[in-house]
Design a protein around this ligand. Structure first.
Ligand code: CAA
Length: 417
């Protein structure tokens, strides 16, 4: 029997504070509908300097291990996907290993390619296991980031932060990946970047959207070519993309998922064997189908709308949101996932939802994680944004959580709750 490999369980961590997106809009003199309807946001996570990519990754990984009873002696790989790491040499993964007192017998490293870094780590783990190199061991992949554009910028309402930890194994209770079907597309572009030493990203916002859509088209068409070959989907009464029960996208802001879905449908409508019969205008109109978006995409965006962009983790927050709401109903069904990282790289892949998805999501208890957060005013958010990154507030971490407490002699010291 072909080996099944994929995601066995997940856990999330988010900053302790958030701002309501309508409060932010009013403070900026912007019609709140621009942020809610125009971008699809509701709330935005606000990370203080004590909540960096290490502390959030460690908190998410600790939850994953503890709530799922993971035997860490059977974990052979710990990968952190991040684009907001804390050191040019020492990986976030080694901090996590130390904070969680994980065994020395594992590979530890970070993967970076903007928001695609987490997927790069996931695929390294999946292929390591599938090849047999892992000798039956599991991997932990953590996607952790703080998205920062700065006060009064166009990107400001699309900030956020958090981490998603994934347990990857031969027991894919959440999602069994279709190994060998992945489609990829990468290009050398300057759409979003963060020069060394800067906390805030630099972004050519509208161009970044078109890069995302171009890369999506290439990645999706690559996946579709192989999925057609393997008869996972077919040209018929419905389009190949419509044969996926749900499609998850990288979500820098929720409205982007709608744009992405329109683009994916356009790829199918343009390439359909009978495409010549319809006009470009008719295809564009059909691509925008609200019914298709509502059926295949909308239900995955609940967590993203309440947390904001989490760069590497955004796609996996969408997975958490989908599984949390529909894990039981989707058992046995195939879904598609599109990862995008600026710079840029996109990967489209698919997998089949596991029978125990709902049970696994109950362990993650994502609603409880969000319910513990505190809403802050825009003034408080601005105060936190102005804090120096090397001078964290002295707050006691909650039980099971981690915080950066100080930097001494260039070494980062973390407190455990
Ligand atoms: N009521 C309802 N909707 C309104 C509105 C109102 N009063 N006013 C404006 N809108 C709508 C606009 O029509 C627009 O919708 P469409 O895109 O569907 O046309 C939407 O609100 C946004 O308006 P603008 O385009 O005018 O907004 P903007 O120029 O101020 O900024 C942005 C938008 C470019 C996305 C900006 O937030 C940004 O730069 N964000 C960061 C970059 C980003 O997220 N890029 C995504 C692709 S790159 C990627 O995915 C990697 C990553 O994670 C960063």
């Amino acid at each position: 029997m072909k080996k099944q490999v994929g995601i066995e369980a997940l856990a999330i961590a988010v900053p302790r504070r958030y701002v309501d997106i309508e409060d932010l809009a009013r403070a900026r003199g912007v019609d709140p509908a621009k942020y809610t309807a125009g971008l699809g946001a509701k709330e935005m996570a606000v990370a203080d300097p004590g909540e960096d990519s290490v502390s959030l990754a460690a908190t998410a990984a600790a939850r994953l291990i503890q709530r799922n009873g993971v035997d860490t002696s059977r974990v052979g790989m710990l990968v952190v996907g991040t684009e907001t790491g804390v050191d040019h040499a020492k990986p976030v993964a080694s901090h996590v290993q130390g904070l969680l007192k994980l065994p020395k017998t594992m590979r530890t490293y970070d993967t970076q390619h903007a928001c695609y870094g987490g997927t790069a780590g996931l695929m390294a783990a999946v292929e390591w296991i599938a090849s047999g190199a892992g000798a039956g061991r599991s991997a932990i992949v953590v996607c952790s980031d703080i998205a920062r554009y700065g006060l009064n910028t166009a990107g400001e309402p699309t900030q956020g932060g958090g981490a998603v930890a994934l347990l990857v194994s031969e027991q894919p209770d959440l999602l069994s990946l279709d190994i060998g079907l992945n489609g990829v597309c990468s290009m050398d572009v300057y759409d979003f970047w963060r020069p060394l030493g800067r906390r805030e990203a630099v972004v050519d916002g509208h161009y970044s959207i078109s890069c995302y859509l171009d890369a999506l088209s290439g990645a999706y068409r690559g996946w579709r070519e192989r999925a057609l070959e393997h008869e996972v989907v077919r040209w018929g009464d419905s389009l190949p993309g419509e044969q996926l029960a749900r499609i998850l996208y990288h979500v820098p802001f929720c409205k982007m998922a709608r744009k992405a879905h329109t683009q994916l449908r356009l790829c199918d409508l343009e390439d359909a064997p009978n495409a010549a019969a319809s006009t470009p205008a008719a295809r564009e109109e059909a691509a925008k189908s609200t019914a298709s978006y509502d059926a295949q995409v909308a239900s995955s965006l609940g967590l993203n709308a309440r947390i904001g962009n989490v760069y590497t983790a955004s796609l996996y927050l969408a997975l958490a949101g989908l599984m949390n709401g529909e894990g039981a109903a989707l058992a046995g069904k195939r879904i598609g996932l599109l990862s995008y990282g600026s710079g840029c790289a996109a990967e489209f892949y698919s997998g089949v939802v596991g029978e125990k998805a709902a049970q696994r999501m109950a362990q993650a208890d994502v609603e409880a994680v969000l319910a513990k957060r505190e809403r802050v005013t825009v003034e408080e958010y601005e105060r936190i944004m102005r804090l120096a990154s090397d001078a964290p507030e002295q707050l006691t971490p909650a039980p099971g959580e981690f915080r950066l407490s100080e930097i001494r002699d260039f070494r980062r010291i973390y407190a455990a709750g």
